[in-house]
Design a protein around this ligand. Sequence first.
Ligand code: CAA
Ligand code: NAD
Length: 287
Amino acid sequence: MATASEIAAVGVIGAGQMGSGIAQLAAAAGCAVLLLDADPTALSRAVASISASLLRLAAKGQLSQAAYEDSIKRIRCVSTVQDLRDADLVIEAIVENEDVKKKLFVELDKITKSSAILASNTSSISITRLASSTKRPSQVIGMHFFNPPPIMKLIEIIRGADTTDEVFAAVKSFSERLGKSVICSQDYPGFIVNRILMPMINEAFWALYTGVATKEHIDTGMKLGTNHPMGPLQLADFIGLDVCLSVLRVLHSGLGDNKYSPCPLLVQYVDAGRLGKKRGLGVYSYG
Ligand code: CAA
Ligand code: NAD
């Protein structure tokens, strides 16, 4: 198994909001990146957004023109899981659905080299259960990035029941190589950050649903009243309402407490395809 400094090739699966940012970070850290998505249009959007994000960093003097070009060159878009066979580390960032993720882990287990570490960027799903779908549960780990990955300073690491100390140490130092601070969570639903954040977002939906105030007043209240960079409804749109709903459902079923029951308004928005900023419409609309 590769140590953090030996991780040379990184596979990223899911080229959405998170996967594109994770691919960017790994490329900027000098890794060869293989970026895979089931939807080819997601790959072209990801390449454009990575380029724009790197240019923003270059404009602030945080990246040279040469480093910008090298990072872009290190990212190769691929179309099948087989293309990831030589990766030292694979980071999965596909849809927040346990069955779909397990199916992918079964495939990854078959095609990646036996030394490869398999990581999930899941927001809430049990790492132990994802790991148990493979024959290498000791090499499966949660590597939870925050949105937007190039800017947010944290990675939350979650060990499954069988993750070894060696795998944990490699992923922790690799996270530091990406320039992030690390926290460690036990493998409980929603881990640390979403266990605390999602009930707040859900409560903001209840406040809107029950007519406590307008969306603007709820968000302004939390921005100016508690110094959050975004109000909770704006943040939900930014994360994706589908992701928020999936996480709340995992918290509700996994912790068995009605306080995590998703607000009907959030459910209705997701049913209506109002998934937030990425779709141009959520709580707010985006031009
Ligand atoms: N790439 C590169 N740079 C970026 C960027 C990106 N993708 N996004 C923002 N930036 C930079 C901007 O260039 C800007 O830099 P300067 O200040 O040096 O000019 C800076 O970040 C701030 O950006 P903006 O001025 O465009 O906008 P902003 O001040 O509103 O900040 C934000 C944007 C950083 C996203 C900020 O609003 C914020 O921190 N919001 C909260 C984000 C948050 O809570 N994320 C976690 C969500 S929970 C999660 O991720 C876990 C989960 O499982 C759901
Ligand atoms: P997204 O909807 O922006 O992107 C998901 C991508 O995965 C899409 O491009 C989709 O085509 C692709 N995909 C779906 N199933 C696939 C499969 N079987 N094989 C290959 N590609 C597939 O979602 P996102 O916001 O980037 O979230 C991805 C993961 O990251 C989820 O597990 C989510 O919970 C987690 N996460 C999200 C955030 C956030 O703020 N959005 C933060 C941290 C973690």
